[in-house]
Structures are given as structure tokens and as C-alpha cells.
Design a protein around this ligand. Structure first.
Ligand code: GTP
Length: 239
């Protein structure tokens, strides 16, 4: 099959694993999410995954109130490891080899993130699940996605979410919200569209890394990889 993108970094929020509850890990939801990932893998794409931790702990949420930001962020980073292990288990049950590589060393549980090793795993067709954030507090998993996407020479970052693209305002609250098909980096900043936090977005822009925002379910991830016009793509400039 002709693929537009040969190697992708897929970013999922931790909440994508939580189902209706938005908290914790829901096995059926994990199964469905991995089903979507599996369809993409069967097309022959190489994939690195970054999964957030917000379903378990979010450094900036009320439960972290009063806590030192660094502590709260480390707790969030550990949460990403839990999610990575859940997704590893399910992807492997569905027949897809994976390796979990963590930015924070915990060698009994997973491999350390070593860039050249991650590249080798990708070449061998393993899904590389990048856990532990960047390993540093004050960064988000969006920044991790931007960083790993570049380090691992991915062709694109796919941010799969509940909504099917980038809108001018929240489509859940405003039925007249307008969905963009394509945007450039400057438009995202000027319109304050909040695709990713500013650190992550600055990294993408400075390195010309394209990002697509699309729906998590319903096969859109595959469609993006095939080059179909779904979601919203953010690139430097249009041809
Ligand atoms: P190749 O070198 O390409 O053969 O990769 P490989 O990952 O199959 O080989 P390796 O012998 O490095 O790893 C075998 C298994 O051990 C895999 O499931 C790895 O994820 C796991 N593994 C490797 N290094 C570590 C580590 O530091 N900690 C943990 N917990 N597992 C590891």
C-alpha cells in the first residue's frame, strides 16, 4: 500500500485510555485504542507512541495543588509509564511487537530511552512506546511527542483526540465552530488555537515538523497515514 508517511509519532492523551470515566485505565477502551493503532501498523507504517498520563495524575490539576511543581510533574511522568505498560500489554495481545523505552530509568520494568536503540526497534517493526515524558519536570507529554518525533526521524506527528481536527472555538460548546483543513505555524499562534503547549509548538515550528490533529476512533489515523484529507494539518507553508 502507498503510504504518505512511512514513520509516524502518534500522540495520545492519557484520557484516551480512560473511557467514559476520564480516570484510570479502562481495559475495553485500551483494547479499542490498540485496535486503531493495529490497523495502522498493518498498513506497514513504523510507529512511535507517546501517551500522556492525565488519566492518572496531572501535574497542573487540583490534586496537585500546593505540591511542588517538580514533584507533581514526576508523578505525572510515572503515570505515563503505567499507561505505556497497559498499551504494551494490549498491543502484544493483538499481535504487535513493542518495546517500552522510558526517559526515567526503571530497568526492571522497561528499557531506558536510547535514541539509536529506539531507531533500531522501529526499523525492526516494533512499536516504540516512549514513556516517562522527557525525563524532566516542567515539560509536557506534548513536548515529549515533539522531541521524540524529531529524534526518531518521524515524518509526522499525529495527535489523535476526541475531536476531529482544529477548530476556531470549542466545537462541543459552539455548534457554529469552524474546522480548519490546513494551518501554518504562525496562524496557530496568531489565533491562539492551543494545538499544543507553547514549548512543544515552538519545537515543532523551529524544526518544521508537521503535525496532524485527527480523531482517535473511526479509522482516521489510517486515513492520515494514507495521505487522505482528514483532520487538520499544521505545516510551515502550503505548496
Ligand atoms: P534486538 O537487539 O534488536 O534483538 O532487540 P531486543 O529488544 O529483542 O533484544 P534485547 O535482548 O535488548 O531485549 C530482549 C527483551 O528484553 C525485550 O523485551 C526488551 O524490551 C527487554 N529489555 C531489554 N533491555 C531492557 C532493560 O534495560 N530493562 C528491561 N526491563 N527490559 C529490557
Amino acid at each position: 500500500m502507498e503510504l504518505k508517511y512511512r514513520r509516524v509519532l502518534l500522540k495520545l492523551s492519557g484520557e484516551a485510555l480512560a473511557g467514559e470515566n476520564r480516570i484510570g485505565i479502562d481495559p475495553e477502551t485500551v483494547r479499542d485504542v490498540c485496535g486503531e493503532i493495529g490497523q495502522a501498523l498493518e498498513m506497514g507504517v513504523e510507529m512511535a507512541l507517546v501517551i500522556g498520563g492525565g488519566n492518572i495524575f496531572r501535574g497542573l490539576q487540583p490534586s496537585a495543588r500546593g505540591m511542588a511543581r517538580a514533584n507533581a510533574d514526576y508523578m505525572g511522568m510515572l503515570a505515563t509509564v503505567l499507561n505505556a505498560l497497559a498499551v504494551q500489554d494490549m498491543l502484544e495481545k493483538q499481535g504487535h511487537p513493542t518495546r517500552v523505552l522510558s526517559a526515567i530509568r526503571m530497568q526492571e520494568i522497561c528499557e531506558p530511552f536510547i535514541r539509536r536503540r529506539a531507531l533500531r526497534h522501529l526499523e525492526k517493526g516494533r512499536v516504540v512506546i516512549c514513556a516517562g515524558g522527557t525525563g524532566n519536570p516542567y515539560f509536557t507529554t506534548d513536548t515529549t511527542a515533539a522531541l521524540r518525533g524529531m529524534e526518531l526521524k518521524c515524518d509526522i506527528i499525529i495527535k489523535a483526540t476526541k475531536v476531529d481536527g482544529i477548530y476556531d472555538k470549542d466545537p462541543v460548546k459552539y455548534p457554529d465552530a469552524h474546522k480548519f483543513g490546513r494551518l501554518n505555524y504562525d496562524e496557530v499562534l496568531e489565533r491562539r488555537l492551543g494545538v499544543m503547549d507553547s514549548t512543544a509548538f515552538a519545537l515543532l515550528r523551529d524544526n518544521n515538523m508537521p503535525v496532524v490533529v485527527c480523531k482517535m476512533f473511526g479509522g482516521d489515523i489510517c486515513r492520515v497515514i494514507e495521505g487522505k484529507d482528514v483532520g487538520t494539518i499544521v505545516i510551515k507553508a502550503f505548496a
